[in-house]
Ligand binder design. Structure first.
Ligand code: HEM
Length: 172
């Protein structure tokens, strides 16, 4: 059975609150070293996701049956998802002051994952928790408790928005 390993409190991603100015700044500052690592940062997150929640691999045709992380890392599909996801996350983080842009990025992503990739929205919640866990481990100097708190709020906003988009497109 898959066990939720994330250190952030389970359930808190369901409560979305607006980010304060200082939280936006903390998120943007802490994102800089993460984005410098580019897709390597996201690959670490996905490998943790797939190792702890093997059912999340089902959406990736190239490695759904692969268990070895080193083998997974060779997958072009994993590298491509990581590059694209980092780009989308960067657009999100850079535009946290622009509600319309944030809504647009999350709507496009939510729609494609619902309609095209058929990803159950529960995986966005799990990914948000795994993302935080891995970033705290890999960037300990950037992710102080306050910064973690701010990122927790961003993940909650993302999850709430994505689930709203899923219901708009008729996901049941
Ligand atoms: C913050 C979270 C995520 C971001 C920013 C993100 C971003 C993206 C982007 C930008 C693409 C390519 C464009 C598109 O088709 O929309 C993509 C594709 C894809 N995503 Fe995600 N994604 C996220 C979470 C997930 C999760 C949780 C899963 C499943 C567990 C997933 C599965 C997929 C799949 C299967 C594709 C197609 C891959 C391919 O065939 O090349 N994504 N994602």
């Amino acid at each position: 059975m898959e066990v939720l390993q994330a250190k952030v409190e389970v359930g808190r991603l369901e409560k979305a609150e607006p980010l304060s100015e200082s939280e936006v700044e903390m998120i943007q500052r802490s994102w800089v070293p993460v984005f410098q690592k580019n897709e390597a940062a996201w690959i670490a997150v996905l490998i943790r996701l797939f190792s702890n929640f093997p059912s999340s691999k089902q959406f990736f045709s190239q490695f759904q049956h692969i268990d070895n992380p080193e083998e997974m890392k060779q997958s072009v599909q994993l590298k491509n998802h990581s590059k694209r996801a980092m780009k989308a996350m960067n657009t999100l983080v850079e535009n946290l002051h622009d509600d319309d842009k944030v809504a647009l990025v999350l709507s496009v992503m939510g729609k494609s994952h619902a309609i095209k990739h058929k990803v159950d929205p529960k995986y966005f919640k799990i990914l948000g928790e795994v993302l935080l866990e891995v970033l705290v481990e890999d960037f300990p100097d950037s992710f102080s408790p306050d910064v973690q708190e701010a990122w927790g709020k961003l993940m909650a906003l993302m999850y709430c928005h994505v689930t709203r988009v899923y219901s708009e497109v008729g996901w049941v």
